[in-house]
Design a protein around this ligand. Sequence first.
Ligand code: ZN
Length: 138
Amino acid sequence: MEGRPFSDIAYEQFLNDEKLMGSRCKECGALFVPPRPICIQCNGSEMEWVEMKGRGELRAFTCISVVPPSMMEEGYGRNNPYCSGVVELEEGAKVVARIEEVDTNKPEEIKVGMSLTAKFLHRDEGEDKKTFLVFKPL
Ligand SMILES: [Zn+2]
């Protein structure tokens, strides 16, 4: 895995293998998920792959009822909004992902600070297999 470029494509290939990977700057230790080839903190370009445990806490969220067609097919929409959240991983990186298994019709019951764990949603999109990262309560 060392040889893979720090790109979205490599990130998605890792997701297919149920690995949540980020890049860490060897200069200053900043961590990026999805990975970045260049550190935005120190401009360093020496990065290394690190695997995340997939545990984190909800930092912010929003429930969205206007959804794209692909999500309508999954049953999301006006009567069943989906939740998009910012999750701070134990390792310190923040990722934006869909939060599942929460009652989006009662957003007051979704708590900032709740513990979450990563889940890998595998989808066939025609020829392509795609894996989406989502989080659910622990
Ligand atoms: Zn850096």
